[in-house]
Structure formats: C-alpha cells, structure tokens
Ligand binder design. Structure first.
Ligand SMILES: Cc1cc2nc3c(=O)[nH]c(=O)nc-3n(C[C@H](O)[C@H](O)[C@H](O)COP(=O)(O)O)c2cc1C
Length: 177
C-alpha cells in the first residue's frame, strides 16, 4: 500500500515535518514525500492514503503575495532563513485547482507559530476543506506543528510528527502498524 505526502514549504520546516510524518507512515506504507510543485495529479491515482500540508500564512493557506513576502524576508541580509526550491509557488491552493475528484483516504497538517490557534489561524483547516471538496475521505482531524517566532521548529515537533504518522498508519492499516 502506498501513502503520498504532498507538502508546501518556504523555509524548510514543513518539509522536515512531512519527512517525519513519512517516517511514521513507513510502519505500514510505501511512502512517497513530494513538494507540491512535483506532485502531478497522477501520483494520487494508486495511493491508499494522501496527507497534505503547508505553512500557515496570513491565518490560512499561502497565496502568491504571502509567498513573495516570505522570500523577501529571507532575502534580507540579516536573515538566517533560506527558501526552499519552488518557494515562489505554485502553492497548495493552486495545486488543488488542478485536481479532479479522488475518493481516497486523506488528512491535513500545517506548520504555524506557537500561540493559540485563534490568533495564528491554521492552514490545515483550509487544506482539509479543499480535500473534502475534491472527494477525499478525511480519516483524522487536521494537525498543527509549531514553529518559533523566528521560524524554527519547536523541539520535539519532528518526533511528534513521526508519532502522528505512526498513529495515522494504525488508523488506516490497524493490523500492520
Ligand atoms: C508572509 C507570512 C505570513 C505568516 N502568517 C502567519 C500566520 O498568520 N499565522 C501563523 O501561525 N504563522 C504565520 N507565519 C509563519 C509561518 O507559519 C511559518 O513561517 C511557517 O510555518 C514555516 O514553515 P516553512 O518553513 O515550511 O515555510 C507567516 C509567515 C510568513 C512568511
């Protein structure tokens, strides 16, 4: 059985979380982890589970303007941040626009700043809504993984992401995980 993880990432944090979720799902699945720019719709065709996540920008999923702002922030001489290949887009919002209907099990995740979600917003809520709109069957609540105000993952978040992947695997393939 194959699981596909599609991620969007500007500064690499969501990429690290996607890899960690993939390590957890590997207890029960052959796992493919793909940046959104490389995730052609045909990769979903034979997947038993699809997991989609991205960074929270302006309380929701990224847009071209927020991605540009993220690149500009990293380009400042004093910034320690580096942008991922493909950071300019397309993002998940545009990717969903290219998708058909997929009756496949799925769930959503995001990264966001470590503060109450009522203040930060959660990109995963928008991802989950678009998954449902494209026929996916949501098998778990959207999950957030937290970064500091300096855009670094909080300690333990990759371990927590791996554990989440193990639990997802057990939800879909109870006897093998
Ligand atoms: C333009 C911009 C807007 C952001 N807006 C929010 C926000 O509304 N809420 C939040 O929690 N984090 C916000 N952030 C922080 C991002 O969530 C954080 O940079 C992201 O989770 C890091 O993931 P990445 O390294 O994969 O890009 C914003 C970041 C940028 C660059």
């Amino acid at each position: 059985m194959r699981a596909v993880i599609v991620y969007e990432s500007m500064y690499g944090n969501t990429h690290l979380i996607a890899d960690a979720i993939g390590a957890g799902l590997g207890t029960a699945f052959d796992v493919t982890v793909l940046p959104v720019a490389a995730a052609s719709p045909d990769v979903l065709a034979d997947a038993s589970l699809v997991v989609v996540g991205g960074p929270t920008h302006a309380h929701g999923m990224s847009r071209a303007a927020t991605r540009d702002a993220a690149v500009k922030a990293a380009d400042k001489p004093a910034s320690p941040l580096r942008v991922e290949p493909g950071a300019h887009g397309p993002g998940l919002r545009e990717w969903f626009g290219s998708l058909d209907i997929y009756p496949v099990k799925a769930t959503a995740f995001d990264t966001r700043i470590h503060a109450p979600a009522t203040f930060t917003g959660r990109a995963s809520k928008g991802v989950a809504r678009l998954l449902r709109a494209h026929g996916f069957e949501l098998i778990a609540e959207p999950e957030s993984f937290l970064v500091t105000k300096q855009d670094r993952l909080e300690p333990q978040e990759t371990a927590r992401a791996r554990d989440w992947g193990v639990r997802l695997a057990a939800t879909v393939v109870p006897s093998k995980a």
